[in-house]
Design a protein around this ligand. Structure first.
Ligand SMILES: NC(=O)c1ccc[n+]([C@@H]2O[C@H](COP(=O)([O-])OP(=O)(O)OC[C@H]3O[C@@H](n4cnc5c(N)ncnc54)[C@H](O)[C@@H]3O)[C@@H](O)[C@H]2O)c1
Length: 414
């Protein structure tokens, strides 16, 4: 495990504790044992806190702190490495882990540029390992249903849509205070919906635009963003287009009734899909607890703690399921028979477009474009647009009033 922060505690910790106790089951392999054997983090403080609270059997890991935490971790015999560092530190950790011949799972957003993606993809091919990304929203039952209706042709031809994901102020003010400078909530959370749109509707990305607001997390003319509004235009094989707007923020008041506000609407030739994460059906008010210590509306599908009908206490949901799937994919490559067909199995697992790095090109292209547009905006040139796969190259930035486009990435994006 590289990074022992919020997401470790929220998803990896409960997954690893359950997996250590019960194993992970695969129909063809049976029980797969999973052990947290080593962790790398900046200071090691949270790792020790966790060790102090971990159930028996989960506290035996070796903890490495900076400097050279990851290098030391990679010298051990770990089979797979999960990377949950801040988003601008995924690349170096992933490169080192893949280079060391480890299978790698990276938190979203995978990396911040196509050049980084190319490098990791090539390296994963050379080293014969899997390099995958945690896209748990694709396992949200509502999003699976949306995709099913699209795949089955019940909902026909998406025309446009919007998504919002609003995080509480506590995220920008406390949780990420240490690494927030120069960052934006678009790269952090719009990426969930960028992937949902790319994976569910297919098509080719055509252009990216973005704007945003400042003044709460950092100065009004600085490079740290409170909220962003991203627009992506896609084109499809029949020559028609669709436009998608994704609004994100990390300055929503902390006394908001839900932890995050997530809403989508997609409009089709023959229908409209409306989804709202807070309106799935549960509202609960508890005196002196909601909405701060406990939220009024909760997402019990993503990650919930439960007393099961048989009395067992569990923590489960699609946020953990996605980690288990990765473990099964690695186990399939390494442990299925016959050993001589490892290469075929590796390719089968790489072909899973929902999480493989090779299928993340249009998502990373959007993230790179958004980062560059916001950087230009902060330096006094707002409203740039990035054209994808046009005459000038794969990603080309056009600034208002300028006749000199800037090539961000020359090769074709997809
Ligand atoms: N899947 C999701 O829904 C979801 C939710 C939250 C966060 N995330 C992602 O998880 C990642 C981490 O987010 P978080 O909320 O856990 O952040 P965090 O700030 O709580 O934790 C970051 C961790 O990374 C460690 N770290 C920082 N630099 C490091 C380095 N160079 N080497 C080793 N360790 C280093 C820190 O010590 C800390 O343990 C981000 O990429 C974020 O986008 C995903």
């Amino acid at each position: 495990m590289v990074g022992m922060g919020m997401i470790f505690d929220e998803t990896y910790r409960p997954f690893l504790e359950t997996a250590a106790r019960d194993g992970v089951f695969d129909p063809s392999l049976g029980r797969i044992g999973v052990t947290l054997s080593a962790v790398a983090s900046r200071t090691g403080v949270r790792a020790e806190t966790y060790r102090g609270n971990a159930p028996a059997g989960n506290a035996e890991f070796t903890s490495y702190a900076e400097p050279k935490a990851i290098d030391q971790l990679l010298n051990t015999d770990v089979d797979l490495v999960c990377i949950a560092t801040p988003d601008d530190r995924h690349f170096e950790a992933a490169r080192a882990a893949i280079d060391a011949g480890k299978h790698v799972l990276i938190e979203k957003p995978s990396v911040l540029s196509l050049a980084e993606l190319d490098l990791l993809e090539d390296l994963a091919q050379q080293r014969g390992v899997l390099a995958k990304i945690v896209y748990h929203k694709l396992f949200d039952p509502d999003h699976k249903k949306l995709r099913t209706l699209v795949v089955d042709g019940v909902l026909r031809h998406v025309n446009s849509g919007y998504c919002t994901l609003l995080e509480p102020k506590q995220i920008s003010g406390t949780q990420f205070a240490e690494w927030i400078t120069g960052r934006n909530p678009g790269t952090y959370v719009a990426v969930h919906y960028i992937k949902l749109i790319d994976f569910t509707f297919g098509g080719r990305l055509k252009s990216v635009a973005c704007t945003g607001q400042r003044g709460i997390v950092g100065p009004a003319d600085g490079d740290t963003w409170d909220s962003t509004q991203l627009r992506m235009i896609y084109t499809y094989d029949d020559g028609r287009e669709a436009a998608f707007d994704i609004h994100t923020s990390w300055v929503t008041p902390d006394n908001f009734p839900g932890y995050v506000e997530q809403e989508v609407q997609f409009r089709f030739d023959n229908g409209v899909w409306n989804g709202h994460s807070r309106l799935r059906g549960v509202e609960c008010t508890v005196e002196d607890k909601t909405p701060r210590e406990m939220k009024i509306s909760m997402n019990n599908h993503y990650n919930g703690t439960f007393v099961e009908p048989d009395g067992a206490r569990t923590q489960r949901g699609y946020g953990l399921e996605v980690l288990e799937r990765f473990v099964r994919e690695v186990a399939h490559v390494e442990f299925s028979e016959p050993a001589t067909e490892r290469e075929t199995r590796l390719q089968q697992m790489r072909d899973l477009a929902y999480n493989d790095l090779s299928s993340d090109r249009q998502v990373v292209a959007t993230v790179q474009a958004m980062e560059e547009i916001l950087k230009r905006h902060a330096s006094g040139v707002p409203n740039c647009v990035v054209e994808v796969n046009g005459d000038g190259g794969g990603l080309v930035l056009h600034a208002p009033g300028s006749n000199e486009p800037q090539v961000l990435y020359q090769p074709v994006v997809s």
